[in-house]
Design a protein around this ligand. Structure first.
Ligand code: IVH
Length: 674
């Protein structure tokens, strides 16, 4: 480089830094504080200058430059992003009485409840995301996914205007993972749908779906064109910041540049929280964005820590949902659907009705008892409730609308598919078809196995499974792996291309993980999260199949019902035979250890100090390695996490000086359950 070129590059570098700082500041004032100090035209001028300089010196473009908000190159697919600490869900309540129960549970579990305080926060109806900052720079953002592993959507999140790309303040933490909700304002949703109507594109059902669709675009430029917003509502690990409670955390996050919902209220009692709930419910329809309830959290991090979490949700928080949206509809008939476990579910066919912007044609009747309890008849005008995403349900008949022509709903005595006698165990509400060869059950099991919660085989959704079953190509799950190209291609409307495509997807699904296979089998009470826990603990199918109740119950997050369901499932010769036949088709199940190459602890180096209560140090180190992390024997710059057991000594002090992540045993166990 000539001296002159070097000079102009250095000057450009300085100017760029100044421009970036200025633009960051103005964007923050505009999008986060809602208090701009320069005109839009002036902002545009600065922005254009930045773009021109960056075009001249592309090597000076940094990932946190304001220019990166416009979206980068399209991706072929999203990569996985593991959450260092699980992203949990929330337990729901629907009435003030349940709030009292919640408080009672919290107080019972805490040693001292003297100064319990709470936050009452609008429950944003958007998408949960995690944002990671390293030394103040936004480096990775992901969806919640199954809570343990989500999708890496960094490029898309960079386009969300009020997500800081660089934290404010002189001394940002080395690593910070914040969590919050991405959403689309109601008016922006309406405008987006208006444009889509004009362009003849399918409409989004609601702002939440529109936000989800926008965030999960492989082309970040499309996301950039959608005016998404963000509110932060927490951090993965409060220890990363100098805050003892949410009361301190929210102002701190605001000072770092994050948008915090101004409707979050700090409460000294749950009576105050209840007042805020009523207030928010009043305000709900005037707000610019959708909320579906209020989240109540114990404010103190020490209290949160003491209360802990179940595999699903923290014990220190609860979501108090707003009453759902309701409408009147007429029941035109009842269908009886047979599920994969043989449960026969009545579903009301409705004359189409719009509820909360969605056309509803079917509604759950749940079971025989519910039908009787509500006194429902065919021909009844009923109240139907649609709560967010869940399946609409029939609440009650409007008896005053009866004409006398209504017909009783008769529950069948035989399975509508295989004619075998239905059975309703004493004390249970569910009526079941107990024929293990029932084609309807079998079909549902195949659909589940191939579907999103199972092996997620592309092109093998419910419609195609039904199609292949009708054509006699699939009778049972293992048949998926024996599909043959000629017969597929010969199907009406198929051909070689589609046959090859499906076979390629099946081939990809053939090598899977233990967790995915477990979830795919559809064992009762074993969803994705539980499957992950089991896979991590047992490593392979054999040890799990042989595990007795005690071993199962020893897994954190596995309760009595789940353990019993697992025992029952693996004891059934039909299921054992299914598993054997699956393995015979060449299905390969990676053990959990193998998965760990890029596992949840990848890139982390653990050092243990002090005595651990629940395992030996060697076991703990082995666990770390299984999950893709490394174990160190002495403190050094390479170490990222220090786990301090009982009587931790000098290493703990040293670790604090080095600013390492310090975990206690409980926190480590939770992390290593991933
Ligand atoms: S706290 C461990 N706070 O609700 C605590 N969640 O039903 C988990 N949500 O996945 C979340 N507003 O997407 C929290 N103020 C708020 C929230 C909120 C909306 C969503 C979030 C979460 C879901 C759980």
């Amino acid at each position: 480089m000539t001296e002159k070129a070097d000079m102009s590059m250095r000057r450009a570098e300085q100017r760029l830094a100044a421009l970036q700082a200025e633009l960051h500041e103005h964007a923050h004032r505009y999008y986060v504080l809602d208090a701009p100090v320069i005109s839009d035209a002036e902002y545009d001028r600065l922005f254009r200058e930045l773009l021109e300089l960056e075009a001249q010196f592309p090597e000076l473009v940094t990932p946190d430059s304001p220019s990166q908000r416009v979206g980068g190159e399209p991706l072929a697919a999203f990569a996985e992003a593991a959450h260092a600490l699980p992203m949990l869900s929330l337990d729901n309540i629907f009435a003030a009485e349940e709030l009292a129960d919640f408080e009672e549970r919290v107080r019972r579990r805490l040693k001292s409840t003297a100064q319990l305080t709470w936050t009452a926060e609008p429950k944003m109806d958007g998408l949960a995301v995690e944002l990671i900052y390293e030394n103040g720079l936004f480096v990775e953002g992901s969806t919640r996914g199954n809570g343990l592993v989500g999708e890496n959507i960094t490029a898309n999140l960079r386009t969300v205007r009020n997500i800081p790309l660089r934290l404010h303040g002189a001394e940002p933490p080395e690593r910070l993972a914040v969590r919050g909700e991405v959403f689309l304002a109601k008016k922006d949703f309406a405008e987006l749908n208006r444009q889509r109507t004009e362009q003849g594109e399918p409409l989004f059902a609601n702002p939440r779906n529109a936000a989800a669709g926008s965030l999960r675009q492989l082309d970040p430029k499309i996301t950039a064109a959608r005016p998404l917003s963000f509110f932060v509502y927490g951090v993965a690990d409060p220890a990363a910041l100098p805050c003892a409670s949410l009361t301190e955390l929210f102002p701190h996050l605001r000072s770092l540049g994050f948008p915090v919902n101004p409707l979050i209220k700090f409460c000294r009692s749950l009576a105050e929280a209840e007042e805020h709930y009523n207030h928010l419910q009043q305000l709900r329809h005037e707000l610019d964005y959708e909320i579906d309830g209020m989240v109540i959290k114990a404010a103190s991090f020490a209290a949160q820590e003491e209360l802990g979490s179940t595999a699903r949700a923290p014990r220190w928080a609860v979501a108090w949902k707003f009453p759902a949206e309701e409408a009147e509809a007429v029941i035109s008939g009842v269908e009886f659907q047979v599920g994969r476990t043989g449960a026969v579910t009545p579903v009301a066919a409705l004359e189409p009705v719009r509820i909360g912007g969605v056309v509803v044609r079917r509604a759950a009747l749940h079971n025989q008892d519910e039908i009787r309890r509500k006194g429902l008849m065919i021909g009844d005008t009923v109240l139907v409730r649609r709560a967010g995403d869940v399946i609409p349900e029939v609440l009650r008949p409007l008896a005053e609308r009866r004409t006398g022509k209504e017909q009783p709903i008769v529950f069948p005595k035989e399975c509508p598919t295989c004619d075998s006698a239905l059975h309703r165990p004493e004390g249970e509400a569910v009526t079941r078809c107990r024929n293990p060869r029932c084609p309807a059950q079998r079909l549902q099991r195949i659909i589940w196995f191939a579907g999103k919660s199972g092996l997620d085989i592309e092109g093998l959704g419910p419609k195609n499974v039904e199609r292949l079953a009708e054509a006699g190509l699939i009778e049972d799950i293992p048949d998926i792996f024996r599909l043959n190209k000629e017969r597929l291609a010969a199907l009406d409307g198929w051909g070689e291309k589609s046959a090859e495509k499906l076979l390629a997807a099946v081939e990809r699904a053939k090598s899977t993980t233990l967790a995915k296979l477990l979830a795919a089998l559809g064992i009762r009470h074993v969803g994705e999260t539980t499957a992950e826990l089991l896979a991590a603990r047992f490593g392979g199918l054999q040890p799990l199949m042989q595990a007795g109740e005690e071993l199962l119950l020893a897994v954190d997050g596995i309760g009595g019902q789940t353990a019993a369901a697992l025992r029952e499932y693996f004891a059934d010769p039909n299921n054992r035979s299914l598993i054997n036949r699956l393995l015979e088709t060449g299905l390969s199940v990676q053990a959990a250890e193998k998965k760990a190459d890029g596992g949840p602890l990848a890139g982390m180096v653990f050092l243990f100090t002090g005595t651990l209560a629940s395992m030996s140090r060697a076991e703990a180190e082995e666990r770390v390695r299984q999950l893709g992390g490394a174990a160190a024997s002495s403190i050094s710059k390479k170490v990222t996490h220090l786990v301090a057991g009982e009587k931790a000594g000098s290493k703990l002090k040293k670790a604090a000086e080095l600013n390492l992540v310090i975990l206690d045993e409980q926190q480590f166990v939770r992390l290593a359950a991933a």
